[in-house]
Design a protein around this ligand. Structure first.
Ligand code: ADP
Length: 242
């Protein structure tokens, strides 16, 4: 994608679970090259939005386009082929496979499928990006939480996404690990992948994001550059005033 090209276009997206309106008419445009911090109090709809963008959920109403294609109703693997990739809060790698082969599998079934041999070579390059190449022969059970989350990112970039959705990818890490993970997110972004990161650590969002989008009770509360958004009285109230 050319820098500045519209990659994600959500129009009036709503999602209800029974009587709960998790998202209530969110319109959002994300351009190639952005690194968007998606924040908001617990229950504000962040994970629901990620699930809608990746096809894990289907909106109750509204439209979602990725790279100009309507993705509503497409299966998650089809949306992956359009160029959306995501990480999960709780990584679930294939425990019986090596770290390398976990990434190779993602490549083999990705946008440009290839046999195991070349996929393994490409997997090493993905592991390089997340600084995990030295653990290529390990099994997931032998690596720690931080490393498992880096593996999750390596698997997510293996499909060569246009947009990478990172859902709480730093949860449970210690400060040194957070710094390391932030550096990895920067490296991924520098390879040309547009990123949406859901993160409750505002310090991290401020460090990383080119733009911050705040959800509150399923609606867009603020959207703009990190400094302006974080000083917005409505945003401060949403976080602290209840
Ligand atoms: P966040 O990620 O910002 O914490 P969520 O998107 O997880 O928020 O949740 C938004 C709202 O939708 C919450 O009220 C939550 O309880 C509700 N919700 C999310 N997923 C489901 C579901 N599968 N079934 C019922 N309610 C849900």
């Amino acid at each position: 994608a050319e820098p500045g090209e519209v990659l994600v276009e959500c129009r009036e997206v709503a999602k209800s679970f029974g009587g709960v309106r998790a998202l209530d008419g969110v319109s959002l445009r994300i351009r190639a090259g952005e690194l968007v911090g998606l924040v908001g109090p617990n229950g504000s709809g962040k994970t629901t939005l990620v699930n809608l963008l990746s096809g894990a959920l289907r909106p109750t109403s509204g439209s979602i386009e990725v790279a100009g294609r309507d993705i509503v109703g497409l299966a998650p693997h089809r949306i992956a082929h359009v160029g959306v990739s995501r990480t999960h809060q709780i990584p679930k790698p294939f425990e019986s496979m090596t770290v390398r082969d976990n990434v190779a599998m993602a490549i083999m079934f990705g946008r440009s499928p290839r046999p195991l041999g070349p996929a393994r070579e490409e997997a090493e390059a993905c592991l390089d990006v997340v600084h995990l190449r030295h653990l290529a022969d390990a099994r997931p059970a032998e690596i720690n939480l931080h490393e498992r989350q880096l593996l999750e990112m390596a698997r997510a970039i293996a499909t060569k996404p246009k947009v990478l959705l990172l859902d709480e990818a730093l949860a449970g890490l210690n400060p040194a690990e957070i710094d390391a993970a932030v550096a990895v997110v920067r490296r991924i972004h520098a390879t040309g992948i547009t990123i949406v990161i859901v993160e409750h650590l505002l310090r991290v969002v401020n460090q990383l994001a080119t733009r911050v989008v705040v959800l509150n009770q399923g609606a867009l509360l603020a959207d703009g550059d990190p400094r302006t958004v974080m000083n917005d009285p409505d945003v401060i109230r949403a976080y602290l005033g209840r």
